[in-house]
Design a protein around this ligand. Structure first.
Ligand code: UDP
Length: 258
């Protein structure tokens, strides 16, 4: 198809959308970890993440969180509103894991006394360094008002997602959010952007503590395809039976070069 590629990231490609102010997000199967030092593919990941992200963004919009999501177009693509991405990754943590355990020597799995918000500066060449709100103000990455909106939304999103996942036997350990500025003339407002999927969340089975997220890939635990499918299945996004068929069909089509 003849459309302009705007940007290719690690897990997604962005294309110009059909109308001005819109963008198409294409979800790839490519997976990276450790600032892209480790590369691989998780078969069917793009299809599942497209579906999970659609589901979560739609449900968040129902509780009044403004998002860039417009509609899903097909198995791997969704239409979203064009925004100017705020160059900050917002990390929301309920339980210690990942970089927090390394940085502060906290044991993995320690429940935090309250939700912890962290900010990283979005810059691959610097390895997305952790920054304080003072850096955000100092270098004008976002205004005070925007940070108010971002932090309030992040906490509401966390509350909602903790409930959504606990209803299906999953503990939401931590996750990453990105926000964007939606312009209306000279004014802009903050809306939720990017994606929410097991690529950017830590999800543990409540009973077994089994990891159902990208840590399976990061740590070479195996079973990453199944883990992503399991999250989608529990969210009710795959038919109970023949859940693999969708992916098989897609795989088949891809092979035929369509
Ligand atoms: N995360 C992400 N993209 C990043 C960094 C982190 O999606 O560039 C997510 C990650 O999947 C986890 C949470 O944010 O759910 C916290 O990640 P952490 O800071 O512990 O970094 P990591 O251990 O993943 O390097």
């Amino acid at each position: 198809m003849n459309r302009r590629k705007i940007y290719e990231g690690k897990a997604k490609i962005l294309y110009e959308g059909p109308e001005p102010g819109t963008i198409i997000q294409y979800f790839k199967d490519d997976a990276t970890a450790f600032n892209a030092e480790k590369k691989g593919t998780i078969n069917g990941k793009g299809v599942i993440n497209n579906r999970i992200s659609e589901h979560v963004f739609t449900r968040l919009s129902h509780i009044g969180i403004p998002t860039h999501f417009v509609r899903r177009l097909n198995m791997r693509e969704q239409l979203v509103k064009q925004v100017e991405i705020v160059p900050i990754e917002v990390i929301v943590r309920n339980v210690a894991a990942g970089s927090l355990t390394k940085r502060l020597g906290v044991e993995e799995g320690t429940t935090l006394p309250h939700t912890l918000l962290e900010y990283c500066y979005k810059d691959d060449s610097l390895g997305d360094p952790l920054i304080a709100e003072e850096h955000i103000a100092c270098f004008n990455y976002a205004s005070q008002d925007e940070m108010q909106d971002i932090s309030a939304m992040a906490l509401r999103i966390n509350d909602f997602m903790c409930g959504m996942f606990s209803a299906i036997g999953i503990r939401l350990i931590d996750f990453k959010l990105e926000f964007g500025r939606l312009f209306d003339g000279d004014f802009s407002r903050i809306i939720l952007a990017d994606e929410i999927s097991p690529d950017g969340c830590r999800l543990w089975d409540m009973e077994t503590n089994e990891k159902l997220d990208k840590d399976r890939f990061r740590r070479d635990l195996g079973g990453e395809e199944e883990a992503y499918q399991e999250v989608a299945r529990r969210l009710g996004l795959l038919p109970e039976e023949n859940e693999a068929d969708v992916l098989d069909m897609e795989h088949h089509r891809a092979k035929k070069g369509k």
